[in-house]
Ligand binder design. Structure first.
Ligand code: IMP
Length: 480
């Protein structure tokens, strides 16, 4: 039921972002709106993102290729914008995968200014993650070090792959600069820069041969009178500028960073749709998560490196979702929602919907919201939602404001020192206890679900626009 005409009336540029910690189902909605769009652009993140795409019945996970590419992309542009951290090796592997499956990728363009991820970035990322004091649970894809080099003014961009001398000079300079990270490491990594030059220049030749590298900012600007779909990555709460710093990724994955990384400014975005899961949340890696089911024990379990989807299914495959122990309920929701990282396979941490974080996030993305995965909670007896926190920490200054023990917090404060002392206060709602996957229209939705939706909307100013009740495109309900 893709009757989104009313929603997109007067819209030329549509942005799809996530209002939580990523993994809310952007891929489904990029695909959903791909029909409508002439140009689809990624503007942030890199191979840390992941979307699962089914080709001839087999699931494949892509990281860099925009999700729009597999939708009938004839006559459309799919663009990797200037703000993306571009790993040419992964990109080349993904192109090969497309070719092996006979999938055409005409119209796939890469910005000449996308930031290069190099082998040294991956080594540095992994080194940092191996140290307990600096670990933030990254995906290990070199994203942070690549963006840092950009701000350190020693980064390389895609265009450098096309000019061998420039590539060699810049790569050497970059490695000389980055070597310092390994000064205290006993077994130093061996990086043969001459081989890296050869390998990366070959990627450049491949890009040139397929005519992919362009000034895509210009292409996007020239397309402003057509229909542009901006494809977000990660989510506001992982944004380097807006997220739960330092437990964030290294790009501004809010709509602000997305517009810029696609070659536009925010004022050129006509409609932003921010996605949340209904009515739970997930996060991968470390960092505060006030409403986490099972709290620290669950986080430690998920981050132990020992748990995989297979091991969990084997041990808990038949677990009922209505568990009284938070750690067990988290496992049951994770299994029901298939909540395992597409890039790393890590189990995603699970928690109830957090309204203070949602209020914060809506202030960035605006009120128009897509709710996904509502079917995951179909069998829940009771759904808890946190409308405010009680602060349990010591007296703490937030600018001129003083936060004291037992204060209520209604709008999340992006400071780890505060977030880790936020005790959620929950309101319980009755679950709907009925499968909603086949429901076609808003008026079919169970009263219990609509009651929760109303309460969340009233408490936050959120405007629900679309509701996803299953994986398929057609399992999408347009809100009145
Ligand atoms: P990085 O982006 O690999 O540097 O990882 C930084 C943090 O962002 C870690 O907690 C990652 O788990 C998280 N992260 C990065 N990309 C994604 C994503 O696509 N979905 C969810 N979490 C992500």
């Amino acid at each position: 039921m893709r009757d989104y005409k009313k929603l997109l009336n007067g819209v030329n540029t549509l942005a799809i972002v996530c209002n939580q910690w990523g993994d809310t189902g952007k891929g489904k909605f990029i695909d959903y709106f791909a029909d409508w769009a002439d140009v689809i652009v990624r503007g942030t993140g890199g191979a840390n993102a992941g979307h699962t795409i089914s080709i001839n019945g087999t699931d494949h996970i892509f990281h860099l290729i925009p999700s729009g590419i597999l939708h009938d992309s004839f006559g459309k542009f799919n663009i990797i914008g200037n703000g993306v951290a571009f790993d040419p090796k992964i990109f080349s592997e993904e192109l090969a995968m497309l070719r092996n499956h006979g999938i055409k990728y005409e119209g796939l363009l890469v910005s000449k200014d996308a930031k290069l991820v190099l082998p040294q970035h991956i080594l540095i990322d992994q080194l940092r993650e191996s140290n307990r004091n600096s670990k933030i649970g990254t995906t290990g894809r070199g994203i942070g070090p690549a963006y840092r080099d950009h701000y350190d003014r020693i980064g390389l961009v895609v265009n450098d792959l096309l000019n061998k001398d420039v590539l060699a000079n810049k790569l050497r300079r970059n490695w000389d600069h980055n070597r310092i990270h390994f000064s205290d490491v006993v077994s130093k990594p061996r990086l043969d820069i001459d081989s890296v030059v050869e390998e990366y220049y070959a990627y450049g030749k491949e890009l040139l041969a397929t005519s992919m590298v362009w000034d895509t900012d210009h292409v996007v600007r020239e397309s402003l009178s057509r229909r542009i779909l901006l494809e977000g990555a990660q989510g506001n709460l992982l944004s380097i500028d807006y997220g739960t710093y330092p437990y964030v990724t290294a790009s501004d994955c809010s709509v602000h960073g997305l517009a810029k990384g696609a070659g536009l400014s925010l004022k050129e975005v006509d409609l932003t749709l921010g996605i949340i899961k209904g009515f739970y949340m997930t996060r991968v890696g470390s960092g505060p998560f006030p409403t986490e089911l099972g709290g620290e024990a669950s986080a430690a379990y998920c981050n132990s490196g020992q748990v995989t989807k297979e091991s969990e299914l084997k041990q808990y495959g038949n677990l009922n979702i209505n568990q009284t122990a938070g750690t067990l309920q988290a496992i049951a929701v994770r299994i029901a929602g298939d909540e395992y990282g597409a890039t790393t396979g890590r189990p995603r941490r699970i928690g109830w919907l957090d309204i203070p974080l949602l209020r914060y996030s809506l202030a960035i993305s605006g009120p128009n919201t897509i709710l996904t995965k509502l079917d995951v909670l179909d069998q829940c007896n009771e759904i808890n939602i946190c409308f405010r926190y009680i602060y349990t920490g010591d007296t703490y200054c937030i600018g001129q404001k003083i936060l004291s023990k037992n204060d209520y917090i209604y709008n999340a404060i992006m400071d780890n020192a505060v977030l880790q002392h936020c005790q959620p206060e929950y309101t319980s709602f009755q679950g709907w206890k009925t499968p909603i996957g086949d429901m076609q229209s808003y008026k079919d939705l169970p009263l219990q679900l609509l009651t929760i939706l109303d309460r969340v909307s009233q408490a936050t100013g959120m405007k629900p626009r679309l509701i996803s009740v299953g994986k398929d495109r057609d399992q999408t309900i347009i809100c009145p």
